[in-house]
Unconditional design. Structure first.
Length: 231
């Protein structure tokens, strides 16, 4: 049983470790964050980072820091806004704010995958602070009162075993040592992966992602990757 972690600090190294866990490129943030943390007149401040995970897109993360009290030297990271820009679709933007970053960390890559409509496996917490593991997905058709997409949660327990699920599909690479374990880790992070299917009369590369709600793999031709928001 895991209880809720906390982090409140004015230590630059602690924040750099958190940014590293989030997948932000810390070298670009270190100097600016050090200056902000040492500004005794600053009760809150923002930092930003930009990551490119696929060609033609970028993810901008805006981190919001706030002091615990006016006399405190300790800051907390309240939230970060993730803004996905797709330059192949008239520079279209889609955004989501992630809160409670010391309770369950959604990395920038996972935020990117969630904004593309895929599932991510993560640790969540009950109101009493007890952790549990679940899959989350953004409902990109419905927003909440804060203007963010509603988060759907799926607790599958042991009934959804990716390794067992893989055995139902003729994926050639599963015969390679270590491939299945690496594929599980990648799909749990919300990635789509390209694998080779041994079909009846041919071999074909396809893209796959995970669908915990239906307890299946989503399979689509490579050309459908051009439509990033439908899988």
């Amino acid at each position: 049983m895991n209880t809720k972690p906390t982090l409140k600090t004015s230590n630059l190294q602690d924040w750099m470790e958190l940014f590293e866990n989030l997948g932000a490129f810390t070298d670009n943030l270190s100097d600016a964050l050090s200056t902000a943390l040492n500004d005794e007149y600053s009760d809150d401040f923002r930092m930003s980072a930009v990551e490119e995970f696929t060609k033609g897109t970028s993810l901008t993360a805006i981190f919001h820091f706030k002091k615990f009290s006016q006399d405190s030297t300790l800051y907390r990271l309240c939230k970060y806004e993730a803004i996905l820009t797709d330059y192949t679709f008239a520079n279209s933007k889609i955004r989501q704010t992630f809160y409670n970053l010391h309770d369950s960390v959604v990395t920038l890559k996972e935020a990117f995958n969630l904004l593309q409509g895929r599932y991510v496996r993560t640790d969540l917490y009950t109101e009493s602070g007890i952790s549990y593991n679940a899959w989350i997905k953004l409902n990109l058709k419905e927003k909440d009162g804060r203007g963010d997409y509603k988060v759907e949660t799926y607790r599958t327990g042991t009934s959804f075993d990716l390794l067992r699920l893989f055995s139902l599909y003729p994926i050639i690479e599963l015969g390679e040592p270590g491939f299945a374990a690496a594929l599980v880790k990648s799909l749990e992070q919300g990635n789509s992966e390209i694998v080779t299917f041994q079909l009846r009369n041919k071999v074909e590369k396809m893209a796959i992602s995970v669908n915990p709600r239906n307890q299946t793999l989503s399979i689509y031709p490579l050309k459908s990757l051009l439509n990033r928001y439908t899988h």
